[in-house]
Design a protein around this ligand. Sequence first.
Ligand code: GDP
Ligand code: MG
Length: 746
Amino acid sequence: MLLNELKIGETGKIVKVEGNGPLRQHFLDMGLIPECEITLVKYAPLGDPIEFRIHGYELTLRVDEAKLIEIEKAEEKKEKENKEKTNRNARHPGFGEDGIYHELQEVKNEPLEGKITFALAGNQNSGKTTLFNQLTGSNQHVGNFPGVTVEHKRGTIIGHEDCEVIDLPGIYSLSPYSDEELVSRKYILNEKPSAIINIVDATNIERNLYLTMQLLELDVPMVLALNMMDEVQGNGGSILINKMEEMLQIPVIPISAAKNEGVQELIEHAIHIARYQERPGRKDFCDKNDHGGALHRCLHTIMHMIEDHSQASGIPIRFAASKIVENDHLIIEDLNIHEKEMTAIEAVIEQMEEERKLDRSAAIADMRYIFINDLCSKTVIKPEVSKERLRSEKIDQILTGKYTAIPIFVLVMMSIFYLTFNVIGAFFQNILEELIGSLAQRCEILLTSMNVNDALKSLVCDGIFSGVGSVLSFVPIIVILFFFLSLLEDSGYMTRIAFMMDKLLRKIGLSGRSIVPLLVGFGCSVPAIMSTRTLPSKRDRKMTIMLIPFMSCSAKMPIYYFFVQTFFKEISWLIIGALYFLGIISAIIVALISKRTVFKGEAVPFVMELPNYRMPAAKNVLQLMWDKAKDFLQRAFTIIFMGTVIIWILEHFDFRLNMVEPTQSMLALMASLIAPIFKPLGFGDWRMSTALLSGFLAKESVVSTLTVLFGSTDILRASMTTAECFSFLSFCLLYTPCVAAVAAVR
Ligand code: GDP
Ligand code: MG
């Protein structure tokens, strides 16, 4: 039968994994391999996607994706017995103490001089951000990897000025199918960090070690940071660190990033292996005796065959061999293997497939999981119950329950918007506006007393202060909104939202994860655009960004309100409702068109991990708020500052550069030139087009410009019909977003 035919609570054993290319590799990387048991946990409230449990963690799959996996009914699951029932506390072998690992090292290399760089690698939700913040404090900066828009952070380790950490994206594997994974492995292969710090979620250790297996093959000095040990120990579980070090032949350090335990030890070990370039003692994880050793022989044959290519291209040999078996074209190209050799290699792989009775990718994934299962059965004493898992299940009964999920989601989002845009954010925004206002006043008094030229005075007071000031007042809103969003993200609720909304958004070619940025767009496009950073694929990110401006942001509200008061007093709610609706409909139409043209292809597969709910770490949240505020100021300020100055000049000068009244300015002239274009739409008045032009700076200023130019609402009322007014409002909704949003899009 197929995976989607399981009933809730039933368990099946995987027989075959169909699909091709990235999707299939992703299945295998997430642990969906033949012979593995999988349980259907629940359906999303809308019936798609489905939540499964596999390898002791929660995974989501769409129904269509589940159809690609063939299973057979498994007999009643027997709980595996723990080998050792005694719960030994995991020790924290200190640096240089009796850690077996250090006895195993025979030769010590010459210490590496100069600067040390660490690559921090790990799965999503393994605590990477938390550890990174512990390591670096606030001395860090964000950038993109050259050539691609995948964010990375760099920072120096506190107390070790010569040690730099670079935060690689959260990844599950080193396959070449996503930007993040490609960037990570390119970084390690080409930039050659001195060492890797691999962070692993010890509560979900099987899945996390899958990446570890691949990192080890890269033959770069590496330490394993076993994170979340507080939870493991709190539930009575334990991990035999020394045994694990012995089997993996790298230092293993139990830590709790959130509680800052073991982090100093981690730093010492990491610096030690980086200085002395102690490479992993073991890269070979294929078992000679496993299924007749078919894969073992295949891999080692290929390793012999490509030894010269590996040396010439600098690609670690074991990594190269397994990537060749996985049919990774990029690596095969980089290795520069001749056609004849490739034919021979192909024959070797085909023989292995026949003997192993699995295809190449599945065989490699299977080998990794066999080793991991062996390692875990010898070193991990799993807690009987996990309090966190039970708690998560309870919370999920309500938060993703069939009937409660959607109402709660609506409630949560509404309260966030209400608090951000109406209460807390608005409170700080008012304070800031007053502050800027009084500063502007003082500045004006000062400039007057100094007898400064009128033009300069107006530039500073009317132009820069009001323009930049109005943008500055965005900052509290952004910071508060990101405070809430990072709570949603860190707690694990964000992935549930994606899980619930996926079916709806899929219809327009996006995945469930896009819902939050789109909703934030009703408040303000700028933070909405910035929040798309949580989306996993570049295509989804761009498409979402393009749709955000169609959501009526709160700055459009004053325009709607102003006109509705003047023209449609009795049916104001209907008109405003219609405008919001029009925006959403337009977004859907644009999405449907671009799905077939600019953004061809499917949204990312929805093979996603649902982590346990966790208490967000305060440090993460604060760090993110600070980062976002800084980011916004830096990126938007330059463009907005220039925009303000340009608009001010246009508004106050004529073409002979005499200072004039706004009605005779360059802006008014330009507006009267473009006004005829708007005639067919019903608002060919130059004052209307002036308002639209100034609306580019900030949507609210459409209203202020109109009041200045018309003088009274009666005149306005007399100058257009209700139909023309609705046309103007629709145009305000659909035309270019404001300069701050454009800057953010860029
Ligand atoms: P990332 O996705 O890898 O960057 O993971 P984060 O650093 O965002 O952490 C994910 C969640 O795990 C957050 O809610 C953290 O507060 C939590 N967390 C991180 N480290 C620990 C830890 O050592 N113990 C516990 N109990 N929770 C942790
Ligand atoms: Mg993170």
